[in-house]
Every structure is written in C-alpha cells, then in structure tokens.
Design a protein around this ligand. Structure first.
Ligand SMILES: Nc1nc2c(ncn2[C@@H]2O[C@H](COP(=O)(O)OP(=O)(O)OP(=O)(O)O)[C@@H](O)[C@H]2O)c(=O)[nH]1
Ligand SMILES: [Mg+2]
Length: 424
C-alpha cells in the first residue's frame, strides 16, 4: 500500500453549488468534508465556494476561482486543496499544475486515505488497496513512477518501447488482479462460516458512519468492537450470536456509509457487506441528533439500493436521543418516521422497546407447524433443534408429535425432510 501524507497538513476545502443545490447544502457538505479531513489528520484552514451551473471541463471551478484559490493557498500556507466532488483525472492534473506545491485531492481520495489508516485485518487491507488502485489507475502520471520500486517488482520491465507510465499501469493492473484473487479466497472462507448458521435469524446494523452501530453491537454482545468519535472507526464486519428476550439471533456490525462514498469502495467492500445483503432484518442506525439526519437516511438507502438489498426488511433506529435538547425536534422526527425506534445506546434508553420490535418482526416472518415423525427419525428430530425452534414434543405410542416455529421460507424444506422416512 502506498504512503499517505495527509497528517498535519494544512487544508483548504473547495465546493461548487450546482444547478438545483442551495449554498447551505454545499456548506453542509463542506462541513462534513472538514470532518473527514480532520479524521485524516489535516488541519482545515479555510473554504472556498463557487456557484456554477456547469462544471468547468478542464478545471472543475472557473479560472477566476482558481486564481482566488491560489492566493488563499499562499496566504494560508496551505499544503492540500480538497475538492468536495470527484475530479476527473484531467482536472486533477490541470489543477495540480496551477497549484504547484499544494497537493490537489478530492473527497474520494480523502475517504480512501482514511480507510487506509483504519484498515487492520487482512480482508479490509486488501479491499482498501484494491479500491485505491482502481481509483489511481486512470490518474497515473509520471509522479507515480516510484510505484515500481515500492512494490519491489524489479524484474517486471516490459518489452521494447514500453514507457514508464505504461509499465506503471501494467504493474497496477497486475496488482489489482492479484488482490481480486486474494479477496475471492477470503470470500470463500466467509461463505463456509456463513453456511453453518444459515438457519438463524440474521440482523445487520447498517448506517451512516459515527451513528452508533458499534455501540449498539457492544450493548447486545461481548464483541468489544472499537467505538470512537471519528468517521469510519469500523471497517470489518463482526458477527455475534446474541440472545434477545430468549431468542437466538445473529447480529452483525459493519462499515458505515457516507455521502458520496466512492463507488470503488462500495464495490470492493461487497464481501464485507454480504452480511447485510443476506440479513433478514436491517437496522438502519441514524444519529437523529444530527440536523442532517434525513440526508443521512437518504444516503444509507441509496447505498443499500446499490448493494441490491432493497428487498430486506428494515427498521430505522434513531440513536443518540440523549443529545436532543429540543424535544419538539425529536417528536417531529418521530411523527414523520412513525416506525422508527428512538434509543440512546450510550445511556441505554429504550433498548427494551428496540428488542421487542426486533422479536416482533422476527416472529412475523415465522409460522408454527406440527410435524408427525416416526420413532426412527431421531436424527431428524435432533437436527430440528438447529433449524427451527422446537416448542413441544409429544412421544406417543406410534409416532412423535413435534411442534416447531420455523421461518416461513424454510417451511417447505422442513416438511419435505420430515416426510423422508428412509434417510432418517
Ligand atoms: N451521546 C451519545 N453518543 C453516542 C451514542 N451512541 C454512540 N455514541 C457515540 O458516538 C460515537 C460513534 O459511535 P460508534 O458506535 O463508534 O459509531 P459507528 O456507527 O460504529 O461508527 P463507525 O464505525 O465509525 O462508522 C462514539 O463516540 C460513541 O460513544 C448515544 O446514544 N449517545
Ligand atoms: Mg463502528
């Protein structure tokens, strides 16, 4: 993974107000961009906003604005100019020429930088490197020629006439396919683990970054996931078997989402997010004390759509209600989103209501079934304890009557297996 150098750099933020947007929209985006910069270790020195109906093809902002940025860069001794939208490779190149010493990056590069810092497992490191290289590939310039040395690939020089940039591109492509292969292997291991708990009711904590997903995970389990007041504290998925009101449930906590999350990241985190795709119930955790909570909710739903999980059942959890001094704001939010459950993970407020709601949803997807088994079907009876909730067993003279609660989707298979007298 290549070096990142944002730490303690002085940053200037740049945002553009496009067609339908309002200035305050962009100001909010820049406030979030500032938080991202802070998380990456930079110090925000100022911001520049431009209203433009159309993005300048070569420079993203207008020429005059570039001059203004250059003078701010000099005045504030800025090392880093961060654009809130993704810049095209050509725009980055052109701007970089004009800003000379100050480095030009965009929101995607900044988010990738934070992911690099926070990745700790082999899986997340691989995923982040893959996303970063995919982002980098079209942006390779001669400045990246040190790649070769960094990767220690000394014997990879190409055939005649291959320029340095072509060599770099080839190296990056090779590395990308290697990382993809590594991820495939990790995915297979995950699949095996997942198969062992196929029949359990799966709940996934999903939400905007810093909303309190890991705090809820820790509250329900002994997972001890890192909880921090910073963006993207969690990058890996943690799955735990938990007990809610005497019901066994699989709960997973995973990476958070953010506005304009780079597509490469969503794509390479697909295997981590697989738990979300396969969940029976998705808890969308939202920090309702944030004035931007509705925008956060929209972003989460967009990423869920991108992941193709729109069909799973969702339940919105409004977290951090302890921070809401304005009670009217909370009741307003609850009027608007009447299904949402208000909680505080930190102060442990209303957790029981959340638990009851989860169980209610779990049971609504279940049916109670009576099975008539032969005494010779002991093996199948034992397996039922794993695949269903056994409510009652009556050993009668000729047969065994078993009452089970099963997921509606698993009913057909259980009926078939119960009638299969030869293999049990
Ligand atoms: N006041 C208050 N703070 C909370 C509450 N829940 C979580 N926090 C704080 O919010 C911050 C983020 O919490 P996490 O649980 O790490 O959030 P997360 O959603 O897992 O965040 P990422 O993993 O970074 O995406 C931490 O400082 C928590 O202590 C709450 O109910 N009230
Ligand atoms: Mg977390």
């Amino acid at each position: 993974m290549f070096e990142t150098t944002i730490e303690k750099e002085k940053a200037l933020l740049v945002g553009v107000v496009h067609g339908q947007q309002s200035v305050s929209d962009v100001e909010e985006n820049l406030a979030e961009l500032g938080l991202l910069a802070k998380t990456a270790g930079a110090i925000v020195k100022g911001e520049v906003i431009q209203k433009r109906n159309q993005v300048h093809a070569a420079l993203y902002v207008g020429k005059g604005k570039v001059e203004e940025i250059i003078s701010k860069v000099e005045m504030l001794k800025v090392d880093l100019v961060i654009f809130d939208d993704e810049l095209s490779p050509a725009q980055t190149k052109n701007l970089q020429k004009m800003f000379e010493k100050a480095r030009v990056i965009d929101r995607s590069a900044l988010i990738l930088d934070i992911f690099v810092r926070h990745a700790s497992s082999k899986e997340s490191k691989t995923q982040v490197e893959l996303a970063q290289l995919q982002y980098l590939l079209p942006r390779l310039t001669r400045a990246w020629t040190h790649l070769e040395r960094q990767r220690g690939a000394t014997s990879t020089r190409g055939g005649m006439g291959e320029t340095q940039i072509e060599i770099d591109r080839r190296l990056v492509r090779n590395r990308i396919s290697m990382l993809k292969k590594d991820l495939k292997k990790i995915e297979t291991q995950r699949d095996t683990r997942r198969k062992q708990r196929e029949d359990m009711f799966k709940v996934a904590l999903v939400g905007y970054t810093n909303a309190g997903k890991s705090s809820l995970m820790n509250l329900f389990s002994d997972a001890g996931v890192l909880v921090e007041d910073k963006l993207f504290a969690t990058l890996d998925t943690t799955v735990r078997k938990i007990d809610i009101l005497d019901n066994e449930i699989l709960l997973s906590d995973t990476v958070g989402f953010i506005h304009k999350l780079p597509h490469h990241l969503v794509a390479s985190f697909k295997s981590t997010l697989q738990e979300v795709r396969l969940a029976d119930l998705i808890l969308i955790v939202i920090d309702v004390s944030d004035p931007q909570f509705e925008k956060h909710l929209r972003t989460v739903n967009e990423v869920l759509m991108e992941l193709g999980v729109s069909e799973s059942q969702t339940l919105t959890v409004f977290n951090k209600i302890d921070l809401m001094t304005d009670q009217e704001a909370l009741s307003g939010a609850l009027r608007e989103y009447s299904d949402a459950v208000p909680v505080s993970a930190l102060q442990q407020v209303n957790i029981q209501q959340l638990e009851e709601k989860i169980i209610e949803i779990r049971q609504s997807g279940y049916v109670i079934e009576s099975l008539k088994l032969e005494h010779s079907q002991q093996k199948f009876l034992a397996s039922l304890h794993r695949t269903a909730e056994v409510l009652n067993i009556d050993y009668e003279e000729d047969h065994i009557l078993v009452e089970v609660r099963v997921r509606a989707s698993a009913l057909h298979q259980i009926r078939q297996e119960s009638q299969n007298r030869t293999t049990h």
